[in-house]
Design a protein around this ligand. Structure first.
Ligand code: URA
Length: 227
């Protein structure tokens, strides 16, 4: 794990006890193999609008040819919370904005419940900026081309916390192949920024039973960003 403040560690232990009782899960070692913060490339724009202008015609992978719209990201460029999904779906591809379909509507409700919104203290984006055909999972070469964009966005925003939405986003950012349940409940590290993995809102639409666990995660998320 990278540099995490003593307050964040103590908050994490408190939350862990609230979520799981006295069992501290000491066998769960940090899972990230990519913990070194990357240096900001001096040639990249130093504000988010300039960065969008620079990359929105990207064709570094084949998805650049099949997309309708480049889905850069939306929200507060100084947000404490960055939410990261896996890739745009059909609606997002048409509109050029992340999480605008049914799952996005649910995400908006969750954000309202923690007194945030996509305009207020939150930035929403995806690992991939273009829609994969038939919403298949991102391929490794697509991630290799696109993830540096995400890293630069995060460097510009400097959030307190990143939340990976769903197993695919979580395993891609943490560079592990694990089920969602074993990535949840842990304060990971993504290039120097704390990262939590929780359920994807589309998964909650399919399995509403996971909503209470998601709510626990978002209470934890709120406690970190409210600090
Ligand atoms: N699912 C995602 O992971 N991202 C979106 O933008 C929409 C749906």
């Amino acid at each position: 794990m990278g540099s995490v403040s003593p307050d964040a560690v103590s908050q994490y232990l408190k939350q862990t006890r609230e979520l799981f009782g006295d069992e501290l899960f000491l066998d769960q070692t940090p899972t990230s193999t990519k913990t070194e913060p990357k240096k900001m490339n001096p040639d990249l724009p130093s504000n988010i609008d300039g960065f969008y202008k620079q990359i929105h015609n990207c064709t570094r992978c084949a998805l650049g040819d099949s997309r309708t719209e480049f889905v850069f990201g939306v929200g507060d460029p100084k947000a404490s919370l960055v939410l990261v999904g896996e890739a745009p779906g059909e609606q997002e591809d048409l509109k050029g904005e992340p999480f605008v379909g049914r799952a996005g509507k649910l995400l908006d409700k969750i954000l309202t419940a923690i007194d945030r919104s996509r305009q207020k203290d939150v930035y929403i984006c995806n690992v991939l900026k273009c829609r994969p055909p038939k919403n298949r999972d991102p391929l490794p070469d697509e991630v290799a081309e696109c993830e540096p964009y995400l890293i630069h966005q995060i460097n510009l925003i400097q959030p307190k916390l990143i939340v990976a939405l769903g197993r695919v986003a979580g395993k891609t950012l943490l560079n592990v192949d694990k089920p969602l349940k074993s990535m949840r409940g842990i304060l990971h590290d993504y290039h120097g920024t704390p990262l939590i993995v929780t359920y994807h809102p589309a998964a909650l639409l399919r399995n509403p039973n996971w909503k209470p666990e998601t709510w626990k995660d978002f209470k934890w998320i709120r406690s970190i960003i409210d600090e």
